[in-house]
Design a binder for this molecule. Structure first.
Ligand code: SF4
Ligand code: SF4
Length: 348
């Protein structure tokens, strides 16, 4: 029979065996900085992500015990993705956020979380009330991760660990068993650095370590289902799904560990302008197990048309003209891209 300390160590060992490089435990106490989230919502910095502002979602974020009333411990985990992929993609014509080059992390991480819960139930010999999430639950995961000792919330709003950097995906298991809590991570290692703030092309990093999603390239190219505001299109450069700039420039990512093999790049590369003619079945086939599915074909082609408009030349105009025959959202961005290329040529 395990005592609480031994059980916690056994669970963390199991998580490490499954590839989680960081593991920490915190309580169900309400997050101390919930007010920052409320201020962010009040300022409409969540843009069109209304699911974040619903009464149900806000109450749960304010008090995790509403998700699992029997909850006693929250296990917070981190699985690294391929930081090197950023470098590889930088040489490519179009850029995709590094985490999205691998298989869909939900497909990779959720079965691992399920396996950990099964392991815990085997150890204690009875069913354990639990909920588990990776970016899918109504919880303030970065604050819980800081409280579980996994790192500090950097000026770029990411959770950063002194040796693991920030190129990992967080996951949480809420559990109805007593575990040994970790000490919160107390220090802020950003110091006087402002690299991320200076490098952000749309200047959307706010002084309170949150992001104005309305301007963030990650939001604009993934969660945003409508058009990309015209003044922001040139700032998106050649990012076609997400953006890593504020992590690429962060000095704490220099020594980040290698990716978990399940999250190594999996989509066919490089991405070419030819993707502007992808049909729906072709898009679904190409990105079947990829996070890029989230943008859907219309969002992906909108992003690609914008990027081609920013970086393309006269030889891209015929394929943009084909895209301009597509549905209104894609058409609008393809027409903008054609005009942008023509105007650039006039200035040459
Ligand atoms: S993801 Fe890109 S646009 Fe968003 S805050 Fe970071 S650097 Fe700025
Ligand atoms: S780039 Fe500098 S300021 Fe920004 S998160 Fe990293 S250490 Fe902090």
């Amino acid at each position: 029979m395990f005592n609480k300390y031994e059980l916690t160590q056994a669970i963390k060992d199991k998580a490490r065996q499954l590839g989680f490089t960081l593991a920490g435990v915190t309580s169900f106490a309400p997050p101390a900085h919930f007010d920052i989230f409320e201020t962010w919502l009040a300022a409409k910095h969540h843009a069109t992500m209304e699911y974040l502002a619903s009464e149900r979602s806000r109450l749960r974020r304010a008090d995790p015990s509403l998700i699992l009333p029997e909850g006693k411990s929250i296990l917070v985990l981190a699985l690294p993705y391929d930081r090197q992929a950023e470098g590889g993609m930088q040489k490519a014509e179009f850029k995709v956020a590094a985490y999205a080059l691998g298989n869909d992390y939900h497909e990779v991480i959720l079965p691992k979380l399920k396996e950990i819960v099964q392991f815990i139930e085997e150890q204690v010999g009875h069913p354990v009330p639990s909920r588990y999430y990776t970016d899918t639950g109504p919880i303030l995961e970065r604050e819980l991760a800081q409280r579980a000792g996994l790192g500090w919330i950097g000026k770029n709003s990411m959770l950063i660990h002194p040796t693991a950097g920030s190129t990992f995906l967080l996951a949480e298991i809420l559990l109805g068993i007593e575990m040994e809590f970790d000490e919160p991570f107390q220090t802020d290692h950003c110091g006087t650095c402002t690299r991320c703030i200076e490098a952000c092309p749309t200047q959307c990093i706010l002084p309170n370590r949150t992001i104005n999603s309305n301007l963030c390239i990650s939001y604009l190219t993934i969660e945003n289902k409508g058009g990309i505001p015209e003044p922001l299109r040139p700032l998106i450069q050649n990012w076609i799904f997400g953006c890593d700039i504020c992590q690429q420039v962060c000095p704490w990512n220099r020594f980040a560990p290698p990716a978990n093999p399940a999250l190594e790049p999996a989509i066919p590369l490089p991405i070419l302008t030819d993707d502007l003619t992808l049909t729906s079945p072709q898009f679904n086939q190409r990105f079947k197990h990829s996070p890029i599915q989230r943008a859907k074909r219309r969002g992906y082609l909108r992003n690609l048309a914008t990027a081609v408009g920013n970086t393309g030349s006269a030889c891209d105009i015929p394929i943009l003209e084909q895209a301009a025959q597509d549905e209104p959202l894609i058409r609008e961005h393809a027409v903008w891209a054609i005009q942008n290329i023509k105007e650039k040529q006039k200035r040459l």
